[in-house]
Ligand binder design. Structure first.
Ligand SMILES: [Zn+2]
Length: 60
């Protein structure tokens, strides 16, 4: 009984399909992609931008 021989879909925990690994279907693949996109939109502005602005105004 090796866990590697029967991976589970991270979205719905069903048996993953080799065609859509590590997911069981294109549906779960899309859901994972949308989740990542949502996380990306939730990330606030890059803090490095603030420092760059600070340096520019101090130089001016
Ligand atoms: Zn699935």
């Amino acid at each position: 009984m090796s866990p590697l021989s029967s991976p589970a879909c991270p979205m719905c925990r069903r048996a993953a399909s080799p065609e859509h690994a590590p997911f069981c279907s294109p549906r779960c693949k899309d859901r994972d992609l949308l989740k990542w996109l949502g996380d990306g939109y939730a990330i606030p502005g890059d803090p490095v931008d603030d420092e760059a602005l600070d340096n520019e105004s101090a130089r001016d």
